[in-house]
Ligand binder design. Sequence first.
Ligand SMILES: Cc1cc2nc3c(=O)[nH]c(=O)nc-3n(C[C@H](O)[C@H](O)[C@H](O)COP(=O)(O)OP(=O)(O)OC[C@H]3O[C@@H](n4cnc5c(N)ncnc54)[C@H](O)[C@@H]3O)c2cc1C
Length: 552
Amino acid sequence: MKHPDPDRQRGATHTVENQPPPFEDVNLFDLDAALGEGLAREGGGWAATRVRDYGAVMGRADTLALGRDANRHPPELTAFDRFGHRIDEVAFHPAWHALLGLAMEHEVHALPWRDPRAGAHVARTALHSILNQVEAGHACPITMTYACVPTLRAEKSVADEWEPRVTATRYDARSLPAREKTAATIGMGMTEKQGGSDVRANRTLAHPIGDDAYELVGHKWFYSAPMSDALLTLALTRPGAPPTCFLVPRWRPDGNRNPFHIQRLKDKLGNRSNASSEIEYRGTWARRVGPEERGVRTILAMVHHTRLDCVSGSTGLMRMALAQAIHHARHRAAFGRRLFEQPLMRNVLADLALEVEAATALMLRLARGYDGASDDAGERAFARITAAVGKYWVCKRAPHAIGEAMECLGGNGYVEEAILARLYREAPLNAIWEGSGNVICLDVLRAIAREPDALPALLGEIRTARGADPRLDAAVAKLEQDLRDPADAETRARDIVERLAMALQASLLLRHAPPAVADAFCASRLAGAGRMFGTLPASTDFAFILDRALPA
Ligand SMILES: Cc1cc2nc3c(=O)[nH]c(=O)nc-3n(C[C@H](O)[C@H](O)[C@H](O)COP(=O)(O)OP(=O)(O)OC[C@H]3O[C@@H](n4cnc5c(N)ncnc54)[C@H](O)[C@@H]3O)c2cc1C
């Protein structure tokens, strides 16, 4: 006999409804108008097809799944083999290697060094921001490998040997001497237990053994991506001396393992796919890079490039959070209407969209400064100060913006299956490494004091939009007045830096973004508004801003 209630017979409790489809199999470049326009505007238009290709690969469901897997199965340290020999190897999930392979195949680690034409840093920055949308952990070795090249070039013989390896595009996960591999990656080891920001507190000693070779004895308290083929590090050639920069390969030139003891892996808030380790040098073979006792200056060339990636990394994290939030709101209804149609939700989403568009404009203009730096002193000065200003502001905004985007998904945003939880855990990191917030703001003061062209280059760029909006004119006038006042400069540094950053963003949006975007940005960021996202004035053109941020 047929059961009178078929659902009861099958035990079905309910039908799944009012849940969005997954945000996948999308082209992360094509969906992002601000990225595409900025790429063209700042000189990287020739790379549009290449960035679009990467945007398609990275937005595929299977690539997004790699990002999940690489974080669900974190790396594991094997310090010894089963016979008790030290091997200091870290095993990663295959997803990690697959993502690194994709990144290197698309030259995210090396484009400007392989093809140094105008716009190459801009194009690579766009690629890097897309990479971070999907999985930020593997951005670490990609960034370090990109950023190491200017420091390698401080020592011609080192650059001759290593640059071809670090710019090669066939990722090679094998633990072998670099000369036997198809490509190499590089890390950076500066932070010691007693000090990270203050690298002059380094205590690791370097003992010369002839021919610019040394043996290092000491430790590093944070060293990420420890399976890199070499790292650039700081050590002292005598106690109390200023640090010198060294390259430390995982294998010695004689083909034996370099004593490179990975003590343990850090148990981190986020960035879980990436191994961050504590290491000890015990007679570890190293080669000097750059002049003795000038190591801070030598390695700062690398740090300067990693800071650009902190900006594009945080922009990428925020961009993915925004796209997820808009996508969710378009498909989810509450109280009889889709969330996307609820006026207050539109305000939150549009405000987030402004944040991401402003970060995108800043990141690409900054990248153009890196492109111009080699033959244009003005661009070099602009990049010097704006890297610090941009890193401070964009990285600081990311945790707040991503937390808000997570809330747009309600409870679904807080569970691990949604990418929001991972983006949120990742978000504070770019503000901490490569110069924490205060240190970066003090660096802006240093640039202003020691490099007379730096502040004028940034203010000149901001003033290009003079007359376009009275709110920007007023903000710049006040900034200039406050910059002339030397009193309590350190105490006021965060205030000054954030206003410089927002003035630059406003200037860029007024010149290049649609008026609805620029107007809402000036109204909320320059003329004062609420402190939370979602406090834009009611006159804002929400429909336009939202459709631009993520076309339906
Ligand atoms: C996941 C992860 C991975 C990392 N990977 C690496 C790596 O691969 N290689 C590497 O070398 N390092 C790495 N680091 C270390 C990182 O670069 C440092 O943690 C960072 O530079 C800060 O140094 P610190 O931790 O010693 O903090 P401190 O230098 O003690 O600073 C603590 C706080 O004090 C503030 N501060 C410092 N000086 C001043 C001042 N004069 N006035 C006001 N405030 C000040 C700082 O801004 C910061 O907020 C990593 C860190 C993390 C979290």
